[in-house]
Design a protein around this ligand. Structure first.
Ligand code: NAD
Length: 494
């Protein structure tokens, strides 16, 4: 690291530069990284352009044959070491991520950062166990089929700021385990923990070029990466509008894409539900200041329980502690960036103009800065912007329904389809509703239970494709079938 450019947070030193071919590379231009906690400048980050993207993709391409040839078993020790390094640095990661993106320190320290190491370790072991393909006979043609998974090449990974380390490792893990080399473009509003990941890769001894980071602005560094002809796979997590641009650009080279996008998920509570459990989960939707793609931001309550639950929800929201995310008793930290606060507040002010009724909050918090009041609306028109669009802030709405059919119809009345949350004690109803809602993930009487073996992704405009478990390997591999006629070899190997 070039000493005068190092960013120091607590005792942790972070490079503001790219990581390409196993070394740090700077750029002439930089962009400023601020902390959402108090707006202080954390540092000047290297602003990558086509030049740095070209260098990184070239380095990844050069490293690819050797990494790919190692096979899952040969890659395992490297990735196990990487997971160990990550696990040993969880407290540093939590400190840096909270400082950089304002998410709650307690959650980062106790849960979220640990998932980073687990993402790497789990996929490395899963590859040893599962990246074997399949084989069978086509009897009527006297033939044998064998399916093989080849690493696809350079994987470009682009991630958002709301959980940059966890979401990046969730792509890096399977991409590397499947034998690809990686160029990661971190989010410009929270770039620091992805830079630490490069240090960890170095410490774990991965060969140079296997993992590269290009920092930069989405429209410049991100776009150059998406358009690069040597990128074999593009895995993108972010918003729908950005995905439309990314999709158009990736189409130039027909680069296969995996898109994990936004949501406007329903949280449906039937009259027979455990209402205490439902209420607890309703309030949990303010987690990470509502900056969670999976949030159940449209709460649909059966009319018979709506008054009671609304009153209890309002009291619960009033008790949420807004403040410094480093404090363990804080429930709602700051929003990520002044531009994002403007965006969130714009939705709230337009909802009021559209005739929605405010039950709680409705504007910036008295703490100032990027702190926003947890906000709750009722009387939101189904076709209004607030019902239809992802706010990605601490803004929820409550609506009611009379019948199961109406609940499902309202749940599906958006262009999103990421998740759905259902509370009922009636198992048959749970099954019917889970079947009928348009969503990639449905949680019944629970929320946010994630298992790396599950497929993850959304229907409709919430995404394209699935990652997680074997679905990640399907995406990050070139899958080939080899068919031969039985008894056609002079020297059969088995
Ligand atoms: P965003 O779309 O603005 O940015 C995401 C990433 O794309 C960033 O790294 C950004 O630099 C990059 N980017 C921007 N323009 C680009 C371009 N033209 N070409 C290439 N890259 C470009 O999203 P955000 O504001 O960072 O994140 C919030 C969004 O992410 C929300 O919509 C949220 O729902 C979604 N999200 C989805 C999931 C999921 O798994 N489905 C998880 C987290 C967040």
């Amino acid at each position: 690291m070039v000493e005068d450019r190092v960013i120091t947070i607590g005792e942790v030193q972070i490079s503001p530069d790219h990581y390409i071919g196993g070394r740090r590379v700077s750029s002439e231009r930089t962009f400023t990284d601020i902390s959402p906690i108090d707006g202080r400048v954390l540092g000047e980050i290297a602003a990558g352009s086509k030049r740095e993207v070209d260098l990184a993709v070239a380095a990844a391409l050069e490293a690819f044959p050797v990494w790919a040839a190692l096979g899952p078993r040969g890659r395992l020790p490297y990735l196990e070491r990487l997971a160990e390094v990550i696990e040993a640095r969880v407290p540093d990661l939590a400190l840096v991520e909270t400082t950089d993106n304002g998410s709650l320190y307690e959650a980062s320290l106790l849960r979220v950062m640990k998932r980073g190491g687990h993402n790497i370790h789990w996929f490395a072991e899963f590859a040893v166990e599962k990246l074997r393909g399949d084989e069978w006979d086509t009897h009527h043609r006297n033939a044998h089929n064998r399916v093989v998974y080849h690493p696809s090449g350079v994987a470009a990974l682009i991630t958002p700021w709301n959980a940059p380390f966890m979401l990046s490792t969730w792509k890096v893990g399977p991409a590397l385990a499947a034998g690809n080399t990686v160029v990661l473009k971190p989010p410009e509003w929270a770039p620091l923990t992805c830079s630490l990941l490069a240090d960890f890769v170095e410490e774990a001894g991965l060969p140079p070029g296997v993992f590269n980071v290009v920092q930069g602005i989405g429209e410049e560094a991100g776009e150059a990466l998406v358009k690069h002809p040597d990128v074999a796979r593009l895995s993108f997590t972010g918003s729908v509008p950005t995905a439309k641009t990314v999709g158009r650009n990736a189409a130039e080279n027909l680069t296969p894409v995996s898109f994990e996008l936004g949501g406007k998920s329903p949280l449906i509570v039937f009259e027979d539900a455990d209402l205490d459990l439902a209420l607890e989960n309703m309030i949990e939707q303010y987690d990470n200041s509502g900056q969670v793609c999976l949030s159940g931001t449209r709460i649909l309550l059966h009319a018979s329980i709506a008054d009671d639950l609304l009153a209890r929800m309002t009291a619960g929201v009033a008790e949420l502690q807004v403040g410094d995310p480093m404090e363990f008793d804080t429930d709602v930290g700051p929003l990520i960036h002044p531009e994002h606060l403007e965006r969130v507040n714009g939705f709230v002010q337009r909802a009021l103009k559209d005739g929605a009724s405010l039950v709680y909050g409705g504007g910036p918090h008295e703490l100032g800065g990027l702190y926003y009041q947890p906000t709750l609306f009722v009387d939101v028109d189904e076709d209004s912007e607030l019902f239809q669009e992802e706010v990605f802030g601490p803004v929820l709405l409550i609506d009611t329904f009379e019948t199961e059919e109406e609940a499902v119809r309202k749940a599906n009345h958006t262009r999103f389809g990421l998740a759905a949350v259902v509370f009922t004690r009636d198992e048959a109803r749970a099954a019917r509703v889970a079947e009928a809602v348009s969503a990639g993930l449905v949680w019944v009487n629970c929320f946010y239970v994630r298992d790396l073996a599950q497929p993850f992704g959304g229907t409709k405009q919430s995404g394209i494709g699935r990652e997680g478990g074997l679905w990640s390997f399907d995406f990050f591999s070139d899958i080939k079938v080899i068919t031969h006629r039985h008894d056609s070899f002079a020297n059969p190997t088995r």
